[in-house]
Design a protein around this ligand. Structure first.
Ligand code: ACO
Length: 376
C-alpha cells in the first residue's frame, strides 16, 4: 500500500454522518443540532443544551421543568459510590477516580445484567440522564477529598451549574462566576468526531453498553493532546510564572520540541470557534479576581506563540485559567470536561446505535516477512 494511502490519525477521513453537531473550520463555526454554540452559551441553561443534544430540539418550558426535576432527583450518590470514592487512593489522578466511579455506576444498572439488556437502546436516554446528574456529585466529592473535606450533598433548589459549585466549595460564588461555569459547560458539551467521542462510538459500534462507551471516552479524554490539555495549560502557566518569562520559556520549550498546551487543533487551523466566548467569560473572572498578572501572562503567551508559529489557542487555553480562578485544583479541570462532554458522548452513542455499523478499519502490515517456527 502506498504511503499516501495511509490516513495516519484518520486525519481528513470522514467516517460517518452525524446530526449532533457541525464543525465548519472555513466559517469558524460550531453548531449543536443547528444552533450556533455562541447563541446557546449566551442564552441557555446547560440542562437545556443537554436536552437539545439528546432530543434534537430545545425543550419547551414545561419539558425543561420536567427534565430538571428528573435530573435533580438523580443527583445524590449511592452509598456504594461514596464508599468507593473513600477507598480509592487520594493520590490517584481525579480522571482515574472519576473513570472508576462511572464504571461502577454501570454495575448498579440491573438491566445490564439481563440478556440483551445492554443493547436495549430505549434505556440509553435514561442512562444518559443518570450519568449527567451523577457526574457533578462525583467530581465535587473528588475535589473535596483532595482537600481533606467531607462531601456536600446536592441541593435540589439549585440549577446544574450553581449546584455543582455549591457541592464543590460549600458556598456560591457571584452570579457572574456561576455563569462563567455554565458557559464553559455549554462550550465543552459537544464537538463532533473528536478523539473521545470517536472512542465512545467505536465501543458503541460493537453493541457494547453505554457505560462502557463513556468509560472509554473518559480514557481518551484524559490525554493532554485532547481534554487533558486544560490541566496542562495551567501547569505551563505555573511553570512560566510571569509575562516577562514568556519569551525565554518559549525559546527553550520550542528548542526542546515541546508542544505548547492549549494551542493547535486538528480541525480548526485558523482559530477555535469557541475561544472568543470562553475568553470573554475568563475576562469576567480576571476582572473579578484582580489578577492582572495572570491576564498579562495569558495575553503574552498567546501573542508570542501565535507570532512565532501561526498556531492559535483552542478552548482549553481560556478554560484552564477560568477553572483556576473559580477555585478548582488543576487536576480537576479535565473531570469538569467529562461532566460537560458526557452529553455529547451519549448523544453520539445513541446515534451510533440507531444506525450501527461495526467500526473496524484496516491497517497496512510493515512487520517482518512471513517466516516459520523451527521444526514446524
Ligand atoms: N505546540 C507546538 N507545536 C505545535 C502545536 C503546539 N501546541 N500544535 C501543533 N504544532 C506543530 C506540530 O509540532 C507540527 O509541526 P511540524 O509540522 O514541524 O512537525 C505542526 O504544528 C502540525 O501539528 P500536528 O501535531 O501534526 O497537528 P495535529 O492536527 O495532529 O494536532 C493537536 C493537533 C494534537 C491538538 C496539536 O495541535 C497539539 O498537540 N496541541 C497541544 C495540545 C492541546 O492543546 N490539545 C487540545 C486540543 S482541543 C481539545 O481537546 C478541546
Amino acid at each position: 500500500m502506498a504511503e499516501q494511502d495511509i490516513k495516519k490519525g484518520l486525519a481528513g477521513v470522514v467516517v460517518d454522518y452525524t446530526a449532533v453537531s457541525k464543525v465548519n473550520p472555513e466559517t469558524n463555526s460550531l453548531l449543536y443540532r443547528g444552533y450556533p454554540v455562541q447563541e446557546l452559551a449566551a442564552t441557555q441553561p446547560f440542562e437545556a443544551v443537554a436536552y437539545l443534544l439528546w432530543h434534537g430540539e430545545l425543550p419547551t418550558p414545561a419539558q425543561l421543568a420536567e427534565f430538571e426535576q428528573q435530573e435533580r432527583a438523580l443527583r445524590p450518590l449511592d452509598e456504594r459510590t461514596k464508599a468507593l470514592l473513600e477507598t480509592m487512593p487520594v493520590s490517584a489522578h481525579p480522571m482515574d477516580l472519576v473513570r472508576t466511579a462511572v464504571s461502577q455506576l454501570g454495575t448498579f444498572d440491573e438491566t445490564l445484567g439481563q440478556p440483551g439488556g445492554w443493547t436495549d437502546a430505549n434505556l440509553d436516554l435514561g442512562r444518559s440522564i443518570y450519568l449527567f446528574a451523577q457526574l457533578p456529585t462525583i467530581v465535587a466529592a473528588v475535589q473535596r477529598r483532595r482537600r481533606g473535606l467531607e462531601p456536600i450533598e446536592p441541593r435540589d433548589d439549585l440549577d446544574y451549574s450553581a449546584n455543582f459549585l455549591w457541592m464543590t466549595f460549600g458556598e456560591l460564588p457571584s452570579k457572574a462566576a456561576i455563569d462563567v461555569f455554565r458557559v464553559s459547560m455549554v462550550l465543552y458539551a459537544e464537538h463532533s468526531f473528536n478523539a473521545s467521542t470517536f472512542t465512545a462510538r467505536v465501543i458503541a459500534s460493537t453493541t457494547s453498553d453505554l457505560y462502557s462507551a463513556v468509560v472509554g471516552g473518559i480514557g481518551a479524554l484524559k490525554g493532554p493532546l485532547h481534554g487533558g490539555a486544560n490541566e496542562a495549560v495551567m501547569h505551563i502557566m505555573t511553570e512560566i510564572g510571569t509575562a516577562e518569562n514568556v519569551t525565554p520559556w518559549l525559546d527553550k520549550a520550542l528548542a526542546e520540541k515541546r508542544k505548547i498546551m492549549g494551542f493547535g487543533h486538528r480541525v480548526y487551523k485558523q482559530g477555535d470557534s469557541r475561544v472568543p466566548t470562553m475568553k470573554a467569560a475568563l475576562d469576567v473572572l480576571l476582572a473579578e479576581s484582580g489578577r492582572p498578572d495572570l491576564a498579562e501572562l495569558y495575553a503574552e503567551l498567546e501573542r508570542d506563540f501565535v507570532a512565532r508559529k501561526g498556531i492559535y489557542p483552542n478552548l482549553d487555553y481560556p478554560s484552564g485559567p477560568a477553572y483556576h480562578l473559580l477555585g478548582f485544583d488543576t487536576e480537576i479541570f479535565t473531570p469538569l470536561f467529562i461532566a460537560a462532554r458526557v452529553t455529547g458522548w451519549t448523544a453520539h452513542i445513541m446515534e451510533q446505535a440507531a444506525a450501527n455499523a461495526l467500526i473496524r478499519p484496516l491497517s497496512a502490515y510493515n512487520g517482518v516477512d512471513e517466516r516459520h517456527v523451527a521444526g514446524a
